[in-house]
Design a protein around this ligand. Structure first.
Ligand SMILES: C[S@@+](CC[C@H](N)C(=O)[O-])C[C@H]1O[C@@H](n2cnc3c(N)ncnc32)[C@H](O)[C@@H]1O
Length: 187
């Protein structure tokens, strides 16, 4: 039996749902057609659905179930089950946690678990700070940052705007990348 998360759990688990345009901004620069993608913090599949519409095959997992069923229930911060999907990309908006600590672990684990493309939606200054150099300046796979010039509305009716966000993209293992900056927004 699947237990669906309560409203309290939704807040507790950092369920912020990504507006469609933000994922469309990513795939304008990094098309996903024909790729098998893992969305490991899938929430209500806001990102997964856009990837599918763009021609990707998407496997979903999450630590909790809200309104949509996932392929697996999986704590991405700790587990590494044998049923881990074989994929060419990991794409998600992960939980950030206090001081972005969960987001750092998510990024590290995603790079360990996927030799292909990794794209994470994070706060706009996530790449600042000496302790994250291993993900960016000192990381051969770090490829691109897409600054979102529009703000994501996380909840219907919320007009106050929140923080600025960006996509951070790491390329497949084995190649070296010229680190590149893009700017994208709503069309
Ligand atoms: C910011 S929401 C994003 C949801 C979805 N990716 C989207 O963009 O609409 C973060 C998601 O991470 C999930 N989550 C929180 N902790 C997790 C963990 N340790 N492992 C896997 N998923 C987790 C939450 O349940 C929630 O669905």
């Amino acid at each position: 039996m699947t237990v669906v998360a309560s409203r309290f759990e939704r807040r507790h688990r950092d369920l912020y749902e990504t507006e469609k345009w933000a994922t469309e901004a990513l795939i304008r620069r990094f098309p996903v057609h024909g790729l098998t993608v893992w969305e490991p913090a899938a929430g209500n599949h806001m990102i997964a659905d856009v990837l599918r519409e763009a021609g990707a095959t998407v496997r979903t997992s999450d630590i909790a179930v809200y309104d949509r069923q996932h392929d697996a229930i999986y704590d991405f911060l700790v587990d590494r089950p044998h049923s881990e999907p074989l994929v060419q990309a990991i794409i998600t908006n992960p939980p950030y946690g206090k001081g972005n600590r969960d987001a750092v672990i998510f990024a590290r684990n995603a790079l360990e678990r996927c030799d292909g493309l990794v794209a994470l939606l994070l706060t706009a200054k996530f790449d600042f700070g000496k302790t994250r150099r291993f993900l960016f300046a000192d990381n051969d796979r770090f490829w691109a940052k897409i600054a979102l010039v529009d703000r994501i509305q996380w909840f219907p009716g919320d007009t106050s705007g929140t923080e600025d966000h960006a996509w951070y993209i790491w390329g497949p293992k084995g190649a070296r990348y010229t680190k590149t900056m893009f700017w994208e927004g709503k069309k």
